[in-house]
Design a protein around this ligand. Structure first.
Ligand SMILES: [Zn+2]
Length: 244
């Protein structure tokens, strides 16, 4: 049984939290261009992962945060942003409020690389003030090995890994017919460019081009969810053993 915070009423919540459930999952991302997949990719994939792991984590799923800090792809049509400070404060206040309402374990599943420090700062502030235990998962980084295992290549942005996520959510959201291999841009640490000249960004030369195989995408997302679930459960076990 998966509980969504927005679907519960206050009396149901009162019975559940914290007596039966002390964990909440918060999906976070941003609205940003992602090649031939959706502007909401960075939120949709964390939401999907949350759905796949919530039951085993005995967690309630919180409504996602859709708006994050979009930087180098901001000027693409449809990309939206908030400032870094606004995002950090907003996330801090959301997580802090969750801790106050009885969640002692908070799992943030993040899908966007532009606000890693802001999430880290917000999580630490809540932990310091309330002793809540907080895990922030940057899913595509944590699962780089699975991208390698299933596709034999490194991932990217709007690339093979995120395309798999959106395929598994709803294949009609993947506009394969708009894709051309030449669209992709290979990221180089030594070259800062704004805007990045493609919203399909590869982390390794000639690797990570979108793959539109639905079966592979299903296997990939199952492995992704499985790895994240295992790692979080391991962290939970270690947290519990500390008796902090
Ligand atoms: Zn993304």
């Amino acid at each position: 049984m998966v509980y969504r915070l927005e679907d519960l009423n206050w009396m149901e919540f009162q019975k559940l939290v914290p007596k039966k459930i002390d964990t909440i999952i918060l999906p976070v991302g941003t609205i940003e261009a992602h090649g031939v997949i959706t502007l909401g990719t960075d939120v949709q994939i964390p939401q999907k992962i949350a759905e796949m792991i919530a039951e085993d984590l005995k967690a309630i799923i919180a409504p996602p945060v859709y708006y994050g800090v979009t930087r180098s792809l901001y000027h693409y049509p449809g990309s939206l942003t908030v400032t870094s400070q606004t995002f950090e404060n907003y996330l801090y206040e959301i997580i802090d409020s969750m801790a106050e309402k009885g969640f002692s374990k908070i799992v943030v599943i993040n899908g966007h690389g532009g606000h890693l420090n802001e999430l880290k700062n917000a999580a630490f502030k809540v932990h310091k003030a309330r002793k809540a235990k907080i895990a922030v998962v940057h899913w595509w980084i944590l699962c780089e090995d699975i991208t390698k295992q299933v596709y034999g290549v490194a991932g990217g942005h709007g690339a093979v890994d995120e395309t798999a996520g959106i395929l598994e959510i709803d294949k009609s959201l993947v506009r394969k017919e708009l894709y051309k291999k030449g669209m992709a841009y290979k990221f180089d640490e030594a070259l800062s460019v704004v805007p990045v000249p493609s919203s399909i960004i590869l982390y390794k030369e000639n690797e990570g081009y979108p793959d539109f195989d639905e079966e592979k995408a299903k296997i990939y997302m199952q492995k992704v969810a499985e790895k994240i679930k295992k790692m979080i459960l391991e962290v939970f076990r270690k947290w519990d053993a500390l008796k902090l």
